[in-house]
Design a protein around this ligand. Sequence first.
Ligand code: ACO
Length: 324
Amino acid sequence: MTLRAVVRGVGHYLPARVVPNTEFEDRVDTSDEWIRARTGIERRHFAAEGETTSDMGAAAALAALADAGMAVDEVDAIILATSTPDLTFPSAATMVQARIGMKRGFAFDVQAVCAGFVFALANANALILSGQARRILVIGAETFSRILDFTDRGTCVLFGDGAGAVVIEAAEGGGGSDDRGILATDLHSDGSFRDLLYVDGGVSTTGTAGHLRMQGNAVFRHAVEKLAATAHAALDKAGLGPADVDWIVPHQANLRIIAATASRMQVPMERVVVTVQDHGNTSAASIPLALSVGKARGQIKTGDLLVTEAIGGGLSWGSVVLRW
Ligand code: ACO
């Protein structure tokens, strides 16, 4: 018997305000046509004034618990991936813990920017495999609208706010690649690429939150190359190949990156969950949002083999192969 971390429930939350591409036409020199053609994005959600990352994370967590039919006091831990926490400390995860009325266990944040959910899921898997927790809420939640420079057309049109969550549980598997649960993980970082994608403020530098800065073209090239490589590596570790994949659930940054990665993996776009048109890039929230929307659409079904892959600031990138 092999211990596996199996997804029992999934949920998401999107703020009410939908921002169409046309709203940026008055602010910067851009057009709905350019944004759609170069990114695939049509709209995104922005959090309301006063609405925070932990507010959205808590809503997504409660939705995931409801989907799992699980009570809050059955959860042993919360891992929340974010680069836009409510406060410098305490962690957004502990704020979610308080908000959902969880009085036991432990909670902490993971920060790997757009790869945050993949890193959080890999860490949750390790906690389950090492026996430190049996049920974990893994959340991705972001308010990227708060760190955007709305005078920079190269970045402000790309990002959105939202949250997604899964609840995973320890279960016995047979040890083969037909087991349900997480089958393999593959994580990487290379801090020498810091200047390609960063926020120009922080606690120990400027004392401000700062704004997102990106060399989009260079990040694009790294993304296409590194995402396919990490997805292949994780599939290899699981003893599987691209032909076994039912769904790629990629980080939703740019439709051209998603399509190029799928093409390199030789997986047709019919087997890729795409939400970027409706959400924009929600950083660490994008994969759990896509999992939740993909399930609600009837795409992702029990027993399907999924590959999630993401890259973000750091650079940090990775993938998780799991059977739903
Ligand atoms: N509207 C109109 N023109 C624009 C806009 C815009 N919103 N943004 C940039 N342009 C212009 C540029 O100024 C440039 O003009 P120039 O030729 O006169 O200098 C031209 O369009 C081409 O710019 P590129 O950057 O080469 O455009 P590209 O096709 O690469 O698209 C984009 C830019 C969408 C940012 C793309 O590079 C991209 O998606 N990069 C990857 C982003 C990503 O994946 N991030 C993931 C991690 S995010 C995280 O971790 C937080």
